[in-house]
Design a binder for this molecule. Sequence first.
Ligand code: TYR
Length: 254
Amino acid sequence: AIDVTLPGLPLPAGGLHPINRVYDDLTRIYERLGYAVIEGPEVEDEHHNFEALNVPWYHPARDLQDTFWLEDGRLLRTHTSPMQIRYMVDHEPALKIVVRGKVYRYEATDATHEAMFHQLEGLVVGDGISMADLKGTIAEMARGLYGPSAKVRFQPSYYPFTEPGADFAVWWENPRGESKWLELGGCGMVHPNVFRAVDDLREAEGKPRVYEGKTGFAFGLGPERIAMLKYGIPDIRYFYANDPRVLGQFRGEL
Ligand code: TYR
């Protein structure tokens, strides 16, 4: 006979990786704002990763992103920005997307640097899109992450594929009374040369040039930074070392 009043046996359960949990928080915010959520290839070519993003081979900005080169001009993407190009070649404006996925940089690892990490990239293109739309979007994301009183800060910065470009930070507070500006990522208005490069690629595929004269903004940020603070993880390498003492703490919290 079975005593149905006895407590059940606990089932072994996995849990979502902390990076996926942060991605889920972020994509929920952007889906609510009407963005399509997409992914793309980790093996890229030089043209999509650099040239079409206004970084010619001789440009010193190439050195900002140390690259794992593969054979014949291919590489591991150093950022998710090449998906801006791919998506615009395949779709006409207006559009709103976020891209999630892994990126790779050839650099020594330490507590805050990994050779593989993640990005969330946003792109909005249409007519009359302005910097005010960009700021409002980042502020809305900050409120989604940290509540209605979240504060954001923008500082001028340089990215070849933006003009103007900026870095943004979110004021982060926790219940223990810790607080600081969390440098989250880069953003800016899409550089006209990027639209031109997209139209060139479209033309080569026999598609109409539709990006000249459009305006848009883009941003890129690292979910690792959000997850390290949110879960009190002191070393980025813990995410990918597959140590059950770390990942086991996220069990049963689907
Ligand atoms: N691709 C940049 C990086 O990896 C981040 C970024 C993305 C900056 C989009 C600006 C932008 O419009 O550093």
